[in-house]
Structure formats: C-alpha cells, structure tokens
Design a protein around this ligand. Sequence first.
Ligand SMILES: Cc1cc2nc3c(=O)[nH]c(=O)nc-3n(C[C@H](O)[C@H](O)[C@H](O)COP(=O)(O)OP(=O)(O)OC[C@H]3O[C@@H](n4cnc5c(N)ncnc54)[C@H](O)[C@@H]3O)c2cc1C
Length: 398
Amino acid sequence: MDFQFGEKEEQLRKEVRQFVKENLPRDHIPAMFEEENSDETWEFAMHIAKKLAEKKWLTMAWPKEYGGADASVWERIIFGEEAGYWGIPGVGMGVSGTAWVGPTLILLGTDEQKKKYLPLISSADPDGVWCTGYSEPNAGSDFANIRTRAEKRGDHYIISGQKVWTSAAHRARWCWLACRTDPSAQKKHQGISLILVDMKSPGVVVRPIRTYIGFHYFNEVFFDDVKVPVENLVGQENHGWYHLMQALAFERGISVGTSASCRRMLDELVQFCNETGQIKKPEVRQKLADITAEVETLKVLAYEAAWKMSTGQQVIYEPSRDKAYGDGIMQSLGRIGTEILGAYSQMDPMNKHNKWSKIKGALEHMYWMAPGLSIAAGTTDTMRNIVGQFGLQLPRSY
Ligand SMILES: Cc1cc2nc3c(=O)[nH]c(=O)nc-3n(C[C@H](O)[C@H](O)[C@H](O)COP(=O)(O)OP(=O)(O)OC[C@H]3O[C@@H](n4cnc5c(N)ncnc54)[C@H](O)[C@@H]3O)c2cc1C
C-alpha cells in the first residue's frame, strides 16, 4: 500500500470540520441507533442531511448527473472519517437510500427509476428515505429461504408476506424489497426479484420492535395483498439474487467510519481517565493501549481496501474482513469503556441527559448495541465464511 492524502482531500477535511463547528452542538456525541428512535433526533438528522445534500456530500460518490459529486475514493474516505469521528447525523438518512439503493439503481435501474428516485435521495427529501426488506422470520443468513411472494397479475404485482428487523421502516417512504416471483424455481436462490414498494400503499403494516434497551430502530413489516406496478421491478425478474449481491457489496463498504467513531470514543475515554486520575492505574493504561492498537489496525485495513479500489484492483473479501474485525473492536471498546467508567456506566441508556452519565452515555450504548452490529448486514460468521472462501480460497462450508 502506497498513498498519501493530497491538498484536495486535506481541504475537504477542513471544510467538514468547519461544517461540524457551525452545525452541531459543541458537545455533540451520538449514541448508536439513536437517529431513528425519536421524532426529535430524526428531525435533527434530516435537517443536517439537507445541509449535507446542499454541499453534495450526502451522495458524494454518485456521478454529478444524479446529484453526486463524482468524489474520488480518497475524498470519500476523508468524509467518512470525519463523519464517523464527529458523529454527523443524517449521513445515512436511514442508511439504505444513500448507501445501496441509489448506487444499485444507478447500475441497474431504468431511466424512469433513476429520474424518479435518485433526486429524492440526493436532495434529502423525506420521500427519499428507504428501508430494506430482506430478512424474514425464517430467512436471515440463509437469505435464499425468503417466502414473501410477489405474484404478477397484468401490469402489477400482488405482494404478500412478512419481513423482520427492518431498520427505519417507520421513517421510510420506500422499501427495497426482496421477494419470490417464481416459487417453482429449481434452486432456492433462483426465482427471487427485487421490487420497489411505496410504504404508503394499502396493505403495508409496520409494527415496532424495540431493542432490549428500549430504542425503536427496527420493525416487523407485513404485506397483505399490496399492489405494486410492474415498472417497480429492479433489473431482471427472477435475477434478484445477483442484483442483491451487488447491493450487499455496497452495503458492507469500507470500515473507515467505524474506526473513526471508535477513535472518538477512545479519545473521550482517555480524556475522562486524565480528568479523573484513572490514567495513573497501569491496568487502565494497558487496556487503553490494547484497544488503541486494534482501532488503528482497523483504520489501516480500511485504508488498504480503499487503496486497492483507488488503483483499480478488485475488492472482494476485504469489506467482510474489516466488518468482522470492526464488530469485535466495538464490543471490546464498549466493554473496556464501561469497565473504566464503572458505576457511571450504569445509568438509564435511554436518557443521555442524565447528569451522572459520562461521555453522554455513548460508551454504555456501544456496550449494549455493538453486539447487534455483529448481526446486521450479515453476521460475523457470515463475514468469516466470505473471507475463507474468497480471501483464502477455502472450500465453501455450507
Ligand atoms: C441492528 C440490526 C439491523 C438490521 N436491519 C435490517 C434491515 O434493515 N433489513 C433486513 O432485511 N434485515 C435487517 N437485520 C437483520 C439481519 O440482516 C439478520 O438478523 C442477519 O442476517 C442474521 O439473520 P438471523 O437473525 O435470521 O440469524 P441466523 O441467520 O439464524 O443466524 C443465527 C446464528 O447462526 C450463525 N450462522 C447462520 N448460518 C451460518 C453459516 N452458514 N455458517 C456459520 N454460522 C452461521 C449466525 O452467524 C448466527 O450466529 C438487522 C439486524 C440487526 C441486528
């Protein structure tokens, strides 16, 4: 790996820091999954997303003709690092739209689909917020097992079935839905299609699922004979499996935001230890040093994946490698952080304004929520299977 940030990237870093100063409260520290939870946090996130959109940062990787900035890999890395470190809200606008719905539509969508959906996402319009309907009660890692059915009748599909763990469905206008269009296909990964569903359609019901600390982040979504026009099919009918592999590659992306947000937590923790004198304890210093080494390693791994992309090399297993590694780091940091904070980390995690909470309860949140991240977007085991198969050329394990 051989690279260095140029003047253009350093200038962007300065601009993002200035944006943070002007638009976020001085003591802003985000808690994981908090944006979608309350109307207040969601409105603030959408307000910031609008400002990011005006600067073309929200979808900076997209081509200019679709509302992006044609940003280089390194500009995206700089923005991802700064957004992760400062916890800029609204960056993902419910995540699905900016990160994988838009990029997949740019590759596979019809001209009409691009015209209709991409400007809504890139301008942070509330009608440009998406959720993703892949998982079902009997289909998670074994995604090809999905049963939600889309039956073609003339110029529309009739959709029936259930999705689960659907992040931001209660905030989304659209669902990026995987469903079965050919139940007689010989292999279960065949006969799947990808369809765009208006969440305001009659027959769509969203029911909240609260996380074990009480946040409303994901949902169950029921489809009861929902009528969807055939022009909402993405790509080819029954080829959804292959289109979804592309969308998942966009979803797993580069882990630079994870390493930057961990670095922020670490910096806050070191400051707490300095202020309270805990830094004098050798066991505390050892824990901080150990986790720092891991966070920095994750950053270098993310840089390596970015460097490969910037030199035109294929990045296949690297995002899975980095996700598997990053998942573990967040859990370790949550554990080490709460150990060091001691009783201060026992506050109600739903109330970050509690006067006894330190670092706005963010480390406590990490402790509680990081295990969920090692399940979202493919479990750590699934990531390791991908590394084994594509990174080490081992035979498939399943
Ligand atoms: C925070 C969060 C947000 C989410 N958001 C969404 C969303 O927006 N949309 C959506 O569709 N889904 C979403 N999900 C669901 C997520 O994609 C699934 O939970 C995930 O794919 C795992 O599926 P599962 O829960 O059915 O577990 P299972 O697949 O049943 O896995 C259970 C255990 O078995 C292991 N396992 C399974 N198969 C293998 C194998 N072949 N080899 C080794 N180990 C294996 C897994 O690693 C895991 O430890 C979200 C989940 C979380 C936690």
